[in-house]
Write a new protein. Sequence first.
Length: 186
Amino acid sequence: MIIESDLITACIKRERKAEFEMYRLTYGYLMGICYRYVNSREEAQELLNIGFLKILGNLEKYRLEVPFKSWIRKVMINCIIDEYRKEKRNSEHIEYVEEYYESGSFSDVNNALQKMNVEQIHALIVKLPPVSQKVFNLFAIDGYSHKEIAGMLNIAEGTSKWHLNFARNKLKEMISHIVSPIRVVA
């Protein structure tokens, strides 16, 4: 994705054609980011639109020495986290994480991962509980530290580590069920 400085300047001036062109050029990249954090395409599109408005609204703060792709990624992730916080504040129910029982060896899991495509892996990630899913994405995919994640999600650093560990173990469990869905006990 190459975004010319002329296009950025035109967007700062609120030229509608330039804004549409920016949206068209960044849609796929931003949608990929959003889709990692929510369970449906509709939710991802809603987040993308909210985030894109923030990108347009803050373009005058963009510095040319920073890669544009990195800058819009950071704005979009911050927007996703802000929306999560709003949702968390408005939510009045508690979700209990089911207890995880570790089963034997996961050597088959590594072989299964080689045979899985991105969509299959994403389908497993979105089955994780919401907080564990967000922590996993922020840590494993987006490269944030536990300290940064804790600050973003307003949780303790240890809680971030717990959610990452839970997500990894849950993913291993789900993959092992795909590899060998029926286990026969002799």
